[in-house]
Design a protein. Sequence first.
Length: 200
Amino acid sequence: MYVFDLDGTLVDSVEAHIAAWLEALKNFGVVKSVEEVKPLMGLPATEIAKALMPARARELAAVKNEIFLNKYLSLVKAYEDAAVLKLLPRPIAVVTSSSGRVARRILQAVGLSQYIDLVVGGDEVPRGKPAPDPLYVVSREFGVPPREMIVVGDSDYDMEMAEAAGAFGVCIARRAPCRGGKRVIHSLYELATASRTHRF
């Protein structure tokens, strides 16, 4: 089965998330630059908050989520090739470092939620990416062992999670290839071809 990352893989949202983090930090009187926040993208939101403001991480993450949903959600767009979801066999899961609530709102807003059977947020597992825990949740839900999962993501964290669980990691190289993937693709439409020809 297919398991997708969300931000940077199915939707163009990273800049919106960064803007929400920066605005949330300002609410606490903390000024950071894009360059300081961007390398943290891909980690669970709780870990990002701890890195940015350890003493008040939980509060920061909560404020960031509200700012994102109220102000920046409308800026998020699905990538054109995310339409491949219509062509792939079900079930399909999304595993994200964002909170589950935010991820579900994003999928609804961009019109992709109808193609997704399960969303696992970074705040809904004991350990988020790059730990394998989210894939174990997917495995329990559908009775599919991780070795039969194709994990599609755009970051090293996605590939590390896949490797740790014994899944097959496919890197979608939106900007640059991630390390550790078993295969690199440049369009999600390549998944439909691979599915038909059983090339994975």
